[in-house]
Write a protein that binds this ligand. Structure first.
Ligand code: AMP
Ligand code: ZN
Length: 482
């Protein structure tokens, strides 16, 4: 089966063919570094990571770039002509710091967080403030070819000059005029209400650069057009973001990029649905968010958070609950226990009638078929659980040799190149059965709830079955009693 992705532009699944043979150029809208990212943001980045990992698993070379927005992202970013206050400057004012301190601090925090979530580093993380010259150049080009105009020391994109404006979201000028796309602020400097800023003149802004139009700062959308084209070329294979990026951010990126180059900007647009809390988008403005740090402080395992975020298909809304996280943690521990068991499975003597090759072949086929279909993670994970059940059945029936277990182990490690659960880093040789792992998880949960009496009872029960739980800085470890 061919690899297919749902393309937001085509509004359907399409067979994926990169522009250059064997190579995929991938751009992800990255964080605005004014605060710690919340796990809703991380849903978008874990998705980008799984996408990249799967494309690599399929044998392509991936050139991945993720931007860091450190200027120009306004608080009202969901309207056609983003207005309000620059998020970084607002935070700087609140914390009585300068904006540069804010962005460098939170960029550092972002890198620490993605490491904890085992997100592979991109090839580059360009910062908007390091590409202002190129943004001015692109704005000049758009003025020259009639797509943009200067007004009162600012530069605006004239959306009527780009008839396809709104083609990604469906917020075309006609629809916008009919009331789609939300409110817009009256701005007498603009020719049309839906024109958006490429360059902003505002003497009150702290971060300012010289330009042919006087001192000012770049608009948010032009940053992504400039940095993606500079690093990956005029046509990208895949551009990702959360669903809130579709309009206006990505429609504006298209207008600027295609207006300047005359070429298709992006071949496949892929957008993650939101992570929700009680049915509402997890967001800073609603105050219903959890940062990764909040959850880790409560003793949660970062890999369980990764597992939770990746285990729902990226185009379904995912409701975040502590219960869901606990279930993810239990499932992850089952997978870990299986991998550890396979690594330490050393039955004496040969075994007859091995079925391992067939089991692995079926699983690989099912996994790949599911993932090829727009990263169908649920079916892909089901294939893995089915392998675990089947292999355990073989083990219990005495039909699993040491070599067979090695094959199952190798397969899981290979699949983990896509899932990124750190299965190759597990302490080996524990041979802890699922039943014991589940008891240990239960105990851990009780400890988190400060129910130490019940937790100790479970520890004793585990001991009676011949296993020891040790609390280490990396979390509880279970091993056979010596
Ligand atoms: P920001 O830092 O606000 O620019 O957002 C960074 C990325 O996170 C963007 O791609 C957003 O679309 C995405 N995002 C924001 N909130 C959520 C959410 N609740 N669920 C999934 N993705 C989100
Ligand atoms: Zn962007």
């Amino acid at each position: 089966m061919a690899l297919k992705f749902y393309n937001t532009m085509a509004k359907k699944k399409q067979v994926f063919r990169p522009l250059r043979k064997g190579e995929v150029r991938l751009y992800n809208c990255g964080p605005t570094v004014y605060d710690y990212a919340h796990i809703g943001n991380f849903r978008a980045y874990v998705f980008a990571d799984i996408l990249r990992r799967y494309i690599e698993w399929k044998g392509y070379r991936v050139l991945q770039v993720m931007n860091l927005t450190d200027v120009g992202h306004m608080t009202m970013d969901d309207v056609a002509d983003s207005t309000g206050e620059d998020k970084i400057e607002k935070k700087a004012r609140e914390e009585k710091k300068d904006p540069w301190q804010i962005s460098s601090f939170y960029a550092g925090a972002f890198f620490e967080d993605i490491k904890k979530l085992n997100i592979k580093p991109a090839m580059a993380y360009p910062k908007a403030t390091e590409h202002v010259k190129e943004m001015i150049k692109l704005a000049e080009k758009l003025i020259k070819n009639g797509h943009a105009y200067v007004s009162n020391n600012s530069v605006y994109f004239d959306v009527t000059s780009f008839p396809e404006y709104g083609k990604l979201s469906g917020n075309t000028l006609k629809n916008l005029k009919a009331g789609a796309g939300g409110r817009v602020e009256d701005n007498p400097d603009k020719r049309g209400p839906f024109d958006f800023a490429l360059w902003v003149h505002n003497p009150r802004h702290t971060m300012q650069w010289d330009s042919p139009w006087g001192r000012g700062y770049p608009g948010w959308h032009i940053e992504c057009s400039v940095m993606s084209i500079k690093m990956l070329g005029e046509t990208l294979d895949i551009h990702t973001g959360g669903e809130d990026n579709i309009f206006p951010h990505h429609d504006c990126e298209i207008a600027q990029s295609e207006g300047a180059t005359g070429k298709t900007f992006v071949r496949y647009w892929m957008h993650t649905r939101h992570l929700l809390v009680e049915g509402k988008k997890m967001s800073k403005s609603l105050g219903n968010f959890f940062t990764l740090r909040d959850l880790l402080k409560k003793g949660n395992d970062p890999t369980a958070i990764r597992y939770l975020l990746l285990s729902a298909h990226y185009r379904t809304k995912l409701n975040f609950t502590e219960k869901g996280l606990k279930a993810a943690s239990n499932t992850l521990n089952k997978i870990r226990a299986f991998v550890q068991d396979m690594a330490s499975h050393k039955p004496p003597g040969p075994v007859k009638g091995s079925r391992i090759d067939g089991i692995i072949r079926d699983t690989r086929e099912n996994f790949e078929k599911a993932m090829d279909d727009d990263l169908g993670i649920s079916d892909a994970l089901s294939a893995i659980f089915s392998l675990i059940t089947r292999v355990n059945r073989e083990r219990d029936a005495g039909r699993l040799s040491r070599e067979d277990a090695g094959k199952a182990y190798g397969f899981m490690i290979d699949i983990d190149r896509v899932l990124g659960l750190g299965l190759d880093e597990l302490p080996m040789g524990s041979g802890v059965p699922d039943e014991i792992m589940l008891m240990a998880n239960e105990r851990e949960q009780l400890r988190k709830e400060k129910n130490f009496g019940e937790a100790d009872k479970i520890r004793d029960a585990i001991k009676k079955k011949g296993f020891v739980v040790e609390d280490t800085p990396g979390g509880p470890m279970v091993r056979k009693a010596r």
